[in-house]
Design a protein around this ligand. Structure first.
Ligand code: HEM
Length: 599
């Protein structure tokens, strides 16, 4: 009967030609399913198949499909099908065995059990990784620490090929036991694994911080900047406190519509304490429990378990910082008194709000978490870029002079620069100073680590699922092949071409923002805001002030060293700096700007 069914289907063909026809039909099946043999063999992705081997597998699958179509329902066909399936598997197994087993990327020699634990530098990992890349002549390195795989990507090509082009599998985050399990930072967006919740957070971020929405944030940025410039006129020696206050002011206004106090604001203090915990517990390897997660079960009274006691002390700090201001917005929204802000905009679009003003639905929790990450992502990064800028201006005065000449020519002395002046054609040298700060001392020199969700192969190497991927942003931005032999010095001119009396940006130079803000689906969602904020700050500071080394009691300038602290962020070691108005006229402009704001 089955045979009859088969004949009925192909009445015009003889038995032999039927088989031939089916082989042809079968051979289409892989292409219909857009069959790359590699995909079928994905469980063994550690093996790369030669093209002849791929053809063999394709042929075998085609024959099998053909015979199934022709014979599957016939009794004798069952024997044929079983034999062919068995043959296919034997062939498949041989193919795999014969295939070339790919090595892991190169790296320092591993010791039994310890792997590379002893090779790991205690600080400035990015510099050591960069030297290893040269030593092993590879832009992709492999390290093994406590049984975990670490892949270091040292070139623009490698980060683009993997983190950008294969972002569907390179966008998770490694688990941070101390922060997530012990300190309760488990719902933090920055650390969240790639998945549905992450995508929900990202959507909110992207909507809010899309460049088209910059007009929502710029009034806050501009106001905080003018206040900052005036504080610099009054108490220039407190410049660092003023920078921190400006950054906190902008974030809290954008996030929650909070108007901070001019000094000792409790919201800024709370947020800074939270960031301090993140900066301590987030340093890779700072706590052994991150390397050996089993240690989290050690009781806190156990000798050497001080990490548990610290974790208990810090536990809950995230919730205690981000929940109260968010609840206030929700309550103010119910009363009709809420200020326009990121939280309010999201709450107004909520499909499933909890009607109770002191409770949050799942959707509202996601908004709270997203908004709460703004301080983590935006505060210290902004402060650090400005500190690097001030350091560079003291150490490389020619760059400062050149930028000020350009500002005097384009803006004049009677007004402050505005966002409209920041386009690349108007102030190319100032733009080059911004680029050079981001390149010379990238704020996040290893970005934040990504995690690979599936086995992968690259440049003939095997990259195991679960590997922690560390893009070496520092190495990419100091690459001598791209930036020349003076890649290690601060030189804005590298971004420029001479044009008449002035400059224009060199279109052939890849902008540092393509690297300094991270990669793929984890790229910094505050990139546009962070960049434009830094840009207007640099332009305004250079327009109105001179930044010079402080003078000692003998009248000698104290030239600061280029000294950085190795942590999650690449922060300059504390330094002193003198910030003085360029003239009385410049002071008048800064003060007038404050009056114009209604102060
Ligand atoms: C100069 C300023 C900034 C720099 C250099 C910077 C840099 C970075 C980098 C390198 C990453 C990691 C990307 C990756 O994993 O591939 C990141 C992530 C992040 N940034 Fe920024 N950022 C800046 C400003 C901001 C601002 C202003 C905000 C908030 C408005 C922000 C929010 C975030 C968040 C939430 C993440 C985590 C994204 C995720 O895990 O998916 N950043 N940033």
């Amino acid at each position: 009967m089955n045979r009859q069914w088969s004949r009925h289907l192909y009445p015009q063909y003889s038995s032999a030609s039927r088989i031939h026809y089916c082989v042809r039909v079968g051979s289409f099946i892989p292409s219909l399913l857009s069959f790359p043999a590699q995909d079928i063999l994905s469980p063994v992705s550690r093996f790369e198949l030669r093209s002849s081997q791929i053809s063999t597998v394709k042929l075998a699958v085609s024959i099998m499909a053909a015979v199934i179509i022709n014979e599957v329902l016939s009794t004798s066909g069952l024997v044929v099908v079983s034999t062919l399936v068995a043959m296919l598997f034997i062939r498949y197994y041989r193919t795999v065995r014969e295939s070339v087993q790919l090595p892991l990327p190169p790296g320092p020699k591993k010791l039994p059990l310890l792997g590379n634990s002893l090779d790991m530098p205690s600080a400035f990992h990015w510099i050591t990784f960069s030297k290893w890349a040269e030593q092993y002549d590879s832009d992709v390195l492999h390290l093994e620490i406590a049984g975990g795989n670490y892949i270091i990507l040292n070139s623009y090509q490698a980060v683009t090929d993997l983190l950008e082009k294969r972002s569907s599998i390179y966008s998770s985050r490694p688990h941070a036991t101390m922060l997530q399990d012990l300190i309760g930072w488990d719902r933090d967006v920055l650390l969240m694994p790639y998945g549905e919740d992450f995508r929900a957070h990202r959507k909110l971020f992207q909507q809010e911080f899309h460049p088209n929405n910059s007009q929502l944030h710029r009034p806050h940025e501009k106001k905080a900047l003018v206040v900052f410039l005036n504080k610099l006129v009054e108490t220039p020696e407190e410049w660092l406190a003023h920078i921190k206050h400006m950054t906190g002011t902008i974030i809290l206004a954008v996030a929650y519509g909070i108007h901070v106090q001019s000094k000792d604001d409790p919201n800024i203090d709370a947020a800074e304490k939270m960031i301090a915990v993140l900066n301590t517990a987030g340093i890779p390897g700072a706590f052994l429990v991150d390397v050996f997660p089993i240690l989290k079960y050690v009781p806190s009274w156990f000798p050497g378990a001080s990490f548990k006691r610290k974790a208990q002390k810090w536990n809950g700090i995230l919730g205690a910082t981000i929940t109260p201001p968010f609840m206030k917005v929700k309550q103010a929204m119910a009363n009709g008194t809420a200020e326009d802000c990121f939280s309010l905009r999201c709450l107004q679009n909520t499909k499933n709000p909890d009607p109770r003003p002191d409770h949050l639905s799942k959707e509202e929790e996601i908004i709270k978490e997203t908004v709460g990450t703004m301080y983590e992502g935006g505060a210290d990064t902004g402060i650090t870029t400005l500190r690097t800028f001030l350091l560079a201006m003291m150490l490389f005065p020619h760059a400062q002079r050149e930028a000020q000449d350009e500002l005097d020519r384009v803006i004049g002395k009677d007004r402050l620069p505005d966002y409209a002046d920041l386009d690349k054609d108007s102030l190319p040298y100032v733009c080059a100073v911004v680029y050079e700060c981001l390149r010379w001392q990238p704020v996040v020199p290893l970005a934040f680590p990504h995690q690979l969700d599936a086995d992968d192969t690259y440049k003939g190497y095997y990259i195991p699922k679960g590997s922690t991927i560390m893009p070496n942003v520092w190495a990419i931005l100091r690459d001598e092949k791209t930036y020349g032999p003076n890649a290690h010095t601060f030189e804005p001119k590298r971004w420029l071409l001479k044009q008449g009396e002035g400059w224009k940006l060199n279109p052939d130079m890849r902008e540092p923002t393509t690297v300094a803000f991270g990669f793929g689906r984890r790229v910094c969602p505050g990139k546009h805001m962070g960049l434009s904020s830094f840009h207007i700050n640099v332009a305004s500071l250079l327009h109105s002030f001179n930044v010079t080394p402080p003078i000692d009691e003998h009248g000698t300038p104290i030239i600061p060293k280029i000294e950085y602290i190795s942590a999650v962020l690449n922060q300059p070691a504390p330094f002193q700096c003198s910030i003085k108005p360029r003239s009385e006229g410049h002071v008048a402009v800064v003060q007038q700007a404050l009056l114009d704001l209604g102060y």
